[in-house]
Design a protein around this ligand. Structure first.
Ligand code: 13P
Length: 253
């Protein structure tokens, strides 16, 4: 799969109700251009996925999670094959909110990467250190461990991967990580990814990205885009982010 670069990914979490999904997409289409939308990926709730797909068949879509299992006897789970069938290209895996509130283990996350890859989805693998790990100087230990567990053994068919670096302490807060932290961490993740036999890989940053922080973050080396929570819940604000990234991209060409 060819990945647009930069990518701007909207993680709706539970922030856009089903009843607003259609209006969100209508508004997003009105405010953006087809060319700018090539940089956008939308991750609606599972229940909103088909609504979004029906409104716009060209949008790049992903799920916020997928089942770690392939066999049918897993009541309440959403198989990666269904996510693919409904028209998604991506599956977000290992978000820190799922690690924290749903008790997701590294083992489970690895199983999800396998399922997503087998179904033909590109995993968006989230990694990030918490405040305590950063405070005691264990950021790289934490990130390395998350990467290793999620990717080893590497699924054979994994040809494209997006790693989302989301420091847990920045998610939902008022300030994104500093340019120094993002630059240093992305450079380090890039070195690790370049040693793996994965054909296409991107690294996006997530955590308190908004209109103020986006331009600077997207200019940093080894930043291939952003993963946006709150600033994606209104089509107007997400559209402004997409247009800003697109304009910047056009200027760079
Ligand atoms: P915020 O952009 O709301 O901080 O959330 C970030 C996030 O968790 C994206 O996955």
């Amino acid at each position: 799969m060819i990945l647009s670069n930069p990518l701007i990914i909207a993680n709706w979490k539970m922030g856009v109700p089903c009843s607003e999904a259609r209006g969100w997409v209508d508004q997003f289409e009105k405010l953006t251009t087809p060319a700018s939308r090539k940089h956008a990926v939308i991750l609606p709730s599972f229940l909103s996925l088909s609504i979004v797909r029906q409104v716009d068949r060209a949008l790049f879509l992903g799920s916020q999670d997928c089942s770690a299992f392939g066999e049918p006897a897993h009541t309440g789970s959403i198989p990666a094959t269904d996510i693919k069938e409904i028209g998604c290209q991506y599956a977000l895996i290992g978000h820190s909110e799922r690690r924290r509130w749903n008790g997701e283990t590294d083992e489970l996350i690895h199983a999800k990467v396998i399922q997503a890859t087998a179904a033909g989805l590109t995993p968006i693998l989230c990694i990030g250190e918490d405040a305590q790990q950063r405070k005691i100087g264990k950021t790289k230990v934490a990130l390395r461990s998350q990467l290793r567990h999620a990717l080893q053994p590497l699924p054979e068919k994994l040809t494209a991967l997006i790693v989302a670096y989301e420091p847990v302490w920045a998610i939902g807060g008022s300030a994104a990580a500093s340019p120094t932290i993002i630059t240093e961490t992305h450079r380090w993740i890039r070195q690790i990814l370049d040693r793996l036999p994965i054909k296409h890989s991107l690294i996006v940053y997530g955590g308190a990205v908004d209109e103020m922080t986006l331009p600077l973050i997207c200019q940093l080396p080894n930043v291939n885009g952003v993963l946006v929570g709150r600033a994606s819940w209104k089509a107007e604000s997400f559209s402004r982010l997409v247009l800003a990234v697109h304009d910047k991209g056009s200027r760079l060409v």
